[in-house]
Design a protein. Structure first.
Length: 528
C-alpha cells in the first residue's frame, strides 16, 4: 500500500481553552448573567441565580457527606430540571456524575454502581424503592425532610472547601457506560479538561447556544452533554421539556423560539413533522449514527436559514471530535454525509495495520489524538491500554484512541466514514457491541449458540437474534426477549429472535453473518 503523510493543515486545530474545571466556568457565567433565564420546563423558569443557589445547596450537602474529587455519584433522574440541578451539584462538589436510566434492568444498574463504587445515588421518590437495594446510599431529593434540610444550607459558592479547592482539570467530570464486547459495559471516564475543551469549542462553533436550546436526547447518551452544558457556558437558556411537552412547553418556545437542537439523524423525519417551534433556527447538530443526505432534504426545505452539522465522535473522544457543516444555501447531498475535519485541539489519523498513514482515497482505521481523549475505562487498565495506544505522530507520551471505525480522506481533506473493523453497531444512536447481546443470549439455558445481526431500517436498523437449541430443549423467542429485557437496556434487546437448526458458516468455520443479515423470512423455527 502506498502511504503518504497527511497534510498538516488538515490537523492544524490548536486553539486556546480555559485550563480550569467545568464548575468554575459555569459559576462565572451565573455571576455574569444572574437575572437571565437559564432553564425552562413548561411553565417553570429558573434564572441563573436561582439555578446556582439550588446547585450550591445540594453540592454543600454532598461535600458534607465527604464526597469530592475522584468520587463518582450516580444520578437517576428525569432528563429535565432535576437531573441538571443534580449533575451540576455533583460537579460543583468536585465529584463526577454517572447518568443512570432508572428504567434499565436492575442488574445492569447494580453493575454500573459497583463499577464506579458510587458513594451516593441521587433520585426521586418515584424511583427510590427500586434503586435502594442496588448497592449505593440513596438520596431522595424530593423527600420533604430532605428539601427542608437543603433549604437550611447556604447557597453561596462552595470553593472554600479544601477538597473542592483541590479539584483539577484532570479529575473526572462524568462517566458514561457503553456496551462491551465481552458482555460487560465499559465505564468511560471523561476529565474536566476534555469536557472544557469540547464545550469551549461548541460555544464558538454553535453560536445559537447563546439563545434557546431544546434538550431532546436521553441524558444517559453523551450526545446530550452538548445541550446540557454549552448553553449554560454561553448565557443561553435550556428548554428542558424536550419535544413532547404540552401546551405550556409550546407556549414557552413561542416566546423564546428554539435556536439550537442536537439529536440523532433518525429524529430528523419526526422533527420535520413537528410544529415549527421545535425546529432550530440556528444550528441543527446531528450525531450518534451515520447521516445520509437524503434524510435532510425535507427539513432543509422547511428551514433554509439553519446550519446543519454532522458531528462525529466516540464517547472516548468526548462527545464530538469532528464536524462537517452544511451551511444555508449549500446544495443537498446524496448518500453518506462526510464526517469532516477535526475540531479544536484534535488530530485524527487514518492508518493501516502498521500504523502508517494511508493515501487520500484509501481505506484505513481512524485514530483520534488530542485534548478530548478520555482518561480511560474505569477499573479496566488492560482494555484502556488496548484502545488508548501511544501516538507515533505526537510528542513523547501522547496517546491516540483506536476508534474501530474505517474512514478515508477525500482529496479536499474531508473524512468519510466507511463502516467498522469489528462487530460494533449503532441502534438509535447508541453503541451496541454485538458480543454483549450474544453473551446474554448464550447465557440462557435453552440456547446453545447465538448470533446477532443488524438489519437496516429507521434509527440505524433493528437487531435480530439467531439461536440454536441446547440439547433436549426448545428456545421460546418470546421468553428469550423477556429474559434479555431483564439484563439489557431496551435498545440492546433484539426486535426479533429466530430459532435455527444451525447457524450458517463461512468456509473457514466462522458464523456467516452476511447470510444471516440477508435472511428475509425465518424458515427453521418460530420467530418473534
Amino acid at each position: 500500500m502506498t502511504t503518504v503523510a497527511q497534510p498538516s493543515a488538515w490537523n492544524a486545530t490548536a486553539e486556546p481553552f480555559p485550563q480550569v474545571p467545568l464548575p468554575t466556568l459555569l459559576a462565572a457565567q451565573a455571576a455574569r448573567t444572574p437575572a437571565a433565564v437559564a432553564l425552562v420546563a413548561g411553565a417553570e423558569e429558573l434564572t441563573y441565580r436561582e439555578l446556582d443557589a439550588r446547585v450550591n445547596r445540594l453540592a454543600r450537602h454532598l461535600i458534607g457527606r465527604g464526597i469530592g474529587p475522584e468520587d463518582v455519584v450516580a444520578v437517576a433522574l428525569p432528563g429535565s430540571v432535576p437531573f441538571l440541578v443534580a449533575a451540576l451539584a455533583v460537579l460543583t462538589s468536585g465529584a463526577a456524575y454517572l447518568p443512570v436510566d432508572p428504567g434499565y434492568p436492575a442488574e445492569r444498574i447494580r453493575f454500573m454502581l459497583d463499577d464506579v463504587r458510587a458513594p451516593a445515588l441521587l433520585t426521586v421518590a418515584a424511583y427510590a424503592d427500586g434503586l435502594r437495594p442496588l448497592g449505593a446510599p440513596t438520596i431522595v431529593l424530593d423527600r420533604p425532610e430532605f428539601a427542608a434540610e437543603l433549604a437550611g444550607l447556604a447557597d453561596g459558592p462552595v470553593g472554600d472547601d479544601e477538597r473542592v479547592a483541590a479539584l483539577s482539570p484532570l479529575h473526572p467530570a462524568y462517566v458514561i457506560h457503553t456496551s462491551g464486547s465481552t458482555g460487560r459495559p465499559k465505564g468511560v471516564a471523561i476529565s474536566h479538561r476534555s469536557a472544557v475543551n469540547y464545550l469551549t469549542w461548541a460555544t464558538r462553533a454553535y453560536p445559537s447556544c447563546a439563545e434557546t436550546s431544546v434538550l431532546h436526547s436521553p441524558v444517559t447518551f453523551d450526545l446530550t452533554v452538548t445541550t446540557l452544558f454549552a448553553p449554560l457556558l454561553a448565557g443561553g437558556r435550556i428548554h428542558a421539556t424536550g419535544t413532547r411537552g404540552g401546551p405550556a412547553a409550546r407556549a414557552a418556545l413561542r416566546r423564546s423560539p428554539c435556536a439550537f437542537l442536537k439529536a440523532t439523524p433518525g429524529f430528523v423525519p419526526m422533527l420535520a413533522a413537528l410544529p415549527p417551534e421545535f425546529s432550530p433556527s440556528g444550528d441543527l447538530v446531528l450525531g450518534g449514527e451515520e447521516l445520509l443526505g437524503d434524510t435532510l432534504a425535507q427539513w432543509r426545505r422547511q428551514h433554509p436559514g439553519a446550519t446543519v452539522v454532522n458531528e462525529y465522535g466516540p464517547t472516548e473522544a468526548t462527545v464530538g471530535c469532528m464536524e462537517y457543516r452544511i451551511e444555508p444555501g449549500d446544495a443537498d447531498l446524496a448518500g453518506p454525509v462526510p464526517i469532516g475535519r477535526p475540531i479544536a485541539n484534535t488530530r485524527v489519523h487514518v492508518l493501516d495495520r502498521d500504523l502508517a498513514p494511508v493515501a487520500p482515497g484509501e481505506l484505513g482505521e481512524l485514530y483520534v489524538a488530542g485534548a478530548g481523549l478520555a482518561r480511560g475505562y474505569v477499573r479496566r487498565p488492560g482494555l484502556t491500554a488496548e484502545r488508548f495506544v501511544p501516538c507515533p505522530f505526537g510528542p513523547p507520551g501522547e496517546r491516540m484512541y483506536r476508534t474501530g471505525d474505517l474512514a478515508r480522506w477525500t482529496p479536499e481533506g474531508q473524512l468519510v466514514y466507511a463502516g467498522r473493523v469489528d462487530e460494533q453497531v449503532k441502534v438509535n444512536g447508541y453503541r451496541v457491541e454485538i458480543g454483549e447481546v450474544e453473551a446474554a443470549l448464550t447465557g440462557q439455558e435453552t440456547v446453545a449458540r447465538a448470533a446477532v445481526v443488524l438489519r437496516p431500517g429507521a434509527g440505524g436498523g433493528r437487531l435480530v437474534g439467531h439461536v440454536t437449541a441446547a440439547d433436549g430443549l426448545t428456545p421460546d423467542p418470546t421468553r428469550l426477549r423477556e429474559e434479555l429485557a431483564r439484563q439489557l437496556p431496551p435498545f440492546m434487546v433484539p426486535a426479533e429472535i429466530v430459532v435455527l437448526a444451525e447457524l450458517p458458516q463461512t468456509p473457514n468455520g466462522k458464523i456467516d453473518r452476511r447470510a444471516l443479515a440477508a435472511r428475509e423470512t425465518p424458515t427453521d423455527g418460530p420467530a418473534r
